[in-house]
Write a protein that binds this ligand. Structure first.
Ligand code: SF4
Ligand code: SF4
Length: 332
């Protein structure tokens, strides 16, 4: 069964970048130290952020990110504190290197998911994108995590460079014991920006490939598969998560964005000041969210318009959905 996952209005989701350092140099990496600094958050700062965002009368979810979050020796501390503070779900997004003996520092009951990233079903496709030897290390990391009883998910970022191998994930997801599969679409940010729109996919290619493979994996393997909506069809409603959802993308230099597409620019909505958020004045991402344009997402049009197409009169054929809008397939 497929459903579009509505933006949750009663939940706070924090995407918590606890450092920007990484051991890899993926070709499409969206981390941008010139915008987000090179700081590694320590225990006190991690606690302050977590405490602040848990101080609300609603569900709070945290995803620990980097850079590579396991390079931060205080990740295990952050996981435990998030549990104590009552976060409803706790996830680590990792490249699979699992530094600082993380699998032995936390228990499976303390995290909901360890989420691994692979961009190919083979070293031949994955490694030119993510680095030499990464496929082997990441798949070993997944096996170790599964053997220790952790629930794992897998993120596959689809671009023109690897869409041909998405179907081969069918076997890999099963063989690795993955519990949830996320298909992501390439964002033209950070280092992906250097390759520009050549990485982006047309509506036809996306719609002829991704939904069918996602459905087959979900149905046959009985796992939940999620992918972004990307293209809206006639009559489908456009909604900007920046206006209606409580999503916060936190960076170690105290910047807080509401929209991940804006992360390459100093137009963040807020700065974190130990125990409160300071709203930035002037033109920020928030000034753009309610611009009503025929292309749908305004930031998509500004930053990554290669996925748009127009008729002879200059009218877009379709709208681009908010990048946070997901389709979820489940036969559970
Ligand atoms: S995409 Fe992730 S794993 Fe790859 S270099 Fe960037 S932070 Fe590291
Ligand atoms: S991706 Fe577009 S629609 Fe979504 S939050 Fe950003 S600006 Fe709004």
């Amino acid at each position: 069964m497929k459903r579009t996952v509505d933006f949750k209005k009663n939940a706070t989701n924090i995407f918590f970048h606890i450092l920007t350092q990484c051991n890899l140099k993926c070709r499409h990496c969206y981390i941008n130290p010139s915008q987000h600094g090179t700081k590694t958050l320590g225990k006190e700062e991690i606690y302050d952020w977590l405490k602040f965002f848990s101080d609300k009368n609603k569900e709070a979810n945290v995803i620990f990110l980097g850079g590579e979050p396991t390079l931060n020796p205080d990740l295990s501390y952050g996981i435990k504190k998030a549990g104590e503070l009552g976060y409803s779900s706790i996830t680590i997004d990792t490249n699979g290197y699992l530094f600082n003996d993380i699998l032995n520092k936390i228990k499976p009951s303390e995290v909901d998911f360890i989420s691994f990233s692979l961009d190919g079903a083979s070293p031949e496709t994955n490694d030119p994108i993510r680095g030499k030897g990464v496929f082997d290390t990441c798949t070993k990391g997944i096996k170790n995590a599964v053997d220790k009883g952790f629930t794992t998910s897998l993120i596959y970022t689809v671009s023109s460079e690897n869409i041909h191998e998405l179907e081969n994930m069918y076997d890999l997801v099963k063989d690795l014991g993955i519990s949830r599969f996320f298909i992501q679409v390439i964002g033209i940010r950070g280092s992906a920006d250097k390759k520009g729109s050549s990485l982006q996919l047309t509506k036809e290619l996306w719609e002829n490939t991704v939904p069918d493979i996602a459905d087959k994996i979900a149905k046959d393997h009985k796992i939940i598969v999620t992918y972004p909506k990307v293209f809206l069809n006639e009559g489908e409603k456009f909604e900007c998560a920046g206006l209606v959802a409580d999503n916060y993308f936190l960076f170690p230099n105290n910047r807080i964005y509401k929209c991940p597409l804006c992360e390459d620019y100093p137009i963040h909505s807020y700065e974190f000041k130990k125990d409160h958020l300071e709203k930035n004045s002037g033109i920020t991402e928030s000034s753009l969210f309610d611009l009503d344009i025929p292309e749908g997402c305004v930031l998509n049009k500004i930053i990554q318009p290669g996925n748009l197409s127009y008729d002879k009169e200059g009218r877009p054929f379709y709208k681009i959905a908010c990048c946070m809008l997901k389709e979820e397939i489940s036969y559970l």
